[in-house]
Design a protein around this ligand. Structure first.
Ligand code: NAP
Length: 296
């Protein structure tokens, strides 16, 4: 009896997997920062499901190596690599144009690329356009990419945007968004992550009725990635990249989240972001500044 039940369960699982695989083979998933850590793990999962996966990175050799590695591991021939340094808005524009030229739709956009906290010294860096580096890479470049790719996301609706933010959030001082005074990496990282959350809330409103949902996530705390290993700020990893990837995948595909939009998740659960995310005036100021900086 027990044996029959297990057999039945296995058959159901196989059927579900086959249906999922079939469903996935028509899907196009774009993962930014797919050359390492969380992004690579998520890209690997979707490659295994035989989706078309668009991998993004900033180093052509590392990106091609990641693509070939995942191709060999999963047998998926539909993996493409796009190179763009997100410290440059013109690189982001070029990458978006290449994607627009090559693809008709995007089912899931995972805005994941990011830099963490590299130094405890006050060593402020800027992007090609002169914007504070973490604000530019973690936040602004993804705002631009999202706007440029909206036609493809709308065409694929119902489609999803996932912004990989963090529980590390700090309110934005609109008198010094580019952190020209009293700079520190941790502050820069945390304000860029809150900016992603604030953008998620407003973008959800902007996309109402389009069939495109947008949510953001703290994937897991101190995962075993180079972002954590390279930081003098963190001691040891406290979770795994697999755990974070499962949460991101849940936001990307779970039927339970159909129509859910404008939310901040801690892992798989809806959570409360920094209170500034609920401040309409602050969000309006960030939105207006962002549109100006990306030239929209
Ligand atoms: N690790 C954690 O515990 C944790 C916790 C909360 C949130 N997060 C968020 O999760 C995301 C992924 O982090 P991770 O831990 O997986 O870090 P990671 O292993 O360092 O991977 C970061 C990815 O972003 C890419 N990237 C960095 N700077 C870039 C730039 N200027 N232009 C284009 N791509 C760039 C990296 O490319 P390279 O391979 O060339 O470096 C890599 O592919 C980040 O947004 C991070 O804030 C992480």
């Amino acid at each position: 009896m027990r044996h029959n039940r297990d057999k039945f369960q296995n058959e159901c699982d196989t059927l579900t997997n086959m249906q999922d695989m079939k469903a996935f083979s028509n899907k196009i998933i774009l993962v930014t920062g797919a050359t390492d850590g969380l992004g690579k793990e998520v890209a690997s999962y979707f490659a295994e499901q035989q989706a078309t996966v668009l991998l993004h990175g900033r180093n052509m050799d590392k990106g091609e190596a990641a693509r070939l590695e995942l191709m060999e591991k999963t047998g998926n021939q539909n993996l493409r690599y796009f190179n763009a340094d997100f410290a440059s808005l013109s690189d982001v524009r070029e990458m978006a144009d290449q994607i627009l030229a090559d693809h008709q739709q995007i089912d899931v956009l995972i805005n994941n690329a990011g830099i963490g906290v590299r130094t405890l010294e006050a060593k402020r860096e800027v992007s090609s356009e002169g914007h504070e580096l973490r604000f530019a890479v973690n936040y602004l470049s993804h705002v631009l990419l999202t706007f440029r790719l909206l036609p493809l996301l709308k065409r694929a609706a119902p489609s999803r945007i996932i912004n990989v933010a963090s529980a590390g959030q700090q309110s934005i001082d609109f008198g010094d968004v580019m952190l020209e005074n009293d700079y520190d990496d941790w502050h820069a990282y945390q304000q860029s992550k809150l900016a992603q959350v604030m953008f998620t809330i407003d973008m959800a409103r902007e996309l109402k009725g389009s069939g495109v949902t947008v949510n953001c996530i703290h994937p897991a705390t101190l995962m075993n990635t180079k972002l954590v290993y390279d930081s003098p700020f963190f001691d040891i990893p406290a979770s795994t990249v697999e755990e974070g990837a499962k949460a991101v995948e849940y936001l990307a595909i779970s039927p339970a989240l159909e129509g859910v939009t404008g939310k901040y998740f801690d892992g798989k659960k809806v959570a409360e972001p920094n209170p500034q995310a609920h401040n309409r005036d602050a969000r309006r100021r960030l939105w207006e500044l962002s549109m100006k900086l990306i030239g929209l």
